[in-house]
Design a protein. Sequence first.
Length: 315
Amino acid sequence: MKSDSTTVRGRFAPSPSGRLHLGNMLSSLLAWLDVRSLGGTMLFRLEDLDPDRSWMRYAEQMADDLLWLGLDWDEGWRPGSDAFRQGLRAQRYAAALDTLQQRGRVYDCYCSRAERLAASAPHPGEPGDSGCRCRLLSAEELQTRQRLGRRPARKLAVDTCEIRWNDGHYGPQRHELRAGTDDFIIRRSDGVFAYQLAVSVDDMEMGVTRVVRAHDLLDSTPRQIWLIRQLGGLPPEYCHAPLLVAPDGRKLSKREGDLNMEYFRLHDTPEKLLGILAKLAGLRDTDAPVSAAELIEDFSWDKVPKQNVIVPENL
Ligand SMILES: [Zn+2]
């Protein structure tokens, strides 16, 4: 399905938990080129959902870093604004939770904090919470747990079903959701809404039609599609971007201090960094300096590799 260019809406959606690193910049560049090449509208949404891992100084720095590279947006958060901040949209997530609850899709989970954390963050490869039996508790067992005084997390009960979607970069995908095993937390026991719920509600309510993000979030996609459908929405098109990895195969992360924007802004021009990113993304054969706007015309997902991209040691 090809998007109608008059209605294309994409988004930047960073979590302000540290400086942007090279992998974030690559995903951001591809998200921007995707929308700009389709003549669409770019949004900026701040994913400051977790109060313990969100700092406004990083949010402001991220906005500044994107603009420094020439990656602009048309709607959304700007420093000093309250709009498009997940941290201020709890009422919207509560309304979605109510809808799901009315549909009999929500149950209390009394599992330990460690299991909750594993289930609430989109970290593929972490143990899921398939050991959770809370969906099957009898009324009596539930009362026993309630009397112990522990606050439950709220969990979404999925149906066993096959989810299919056509990834804008990786092509046709299919994934089986399994009732019980693939149920997931939509509000943590401390009251903070979970990433999966917030991102699904936001993409729906903000009219997002194209989601470009790193490949490590591919595993979250079937859950989000299912959740959006439960809320009566139409899932966006998803385009996953290859991951950048170190020469030893490790995924680059925000902890990789030497490859974050602080370093690049001290040592490079925006055009030089964009040249490096464009070459890593397969968009050009050379890493010669280039502006973001110059990359729009020849942008095509066909040029972007599907396998992980190794970042050379002497970048
Ligand atoms: Zn449980």
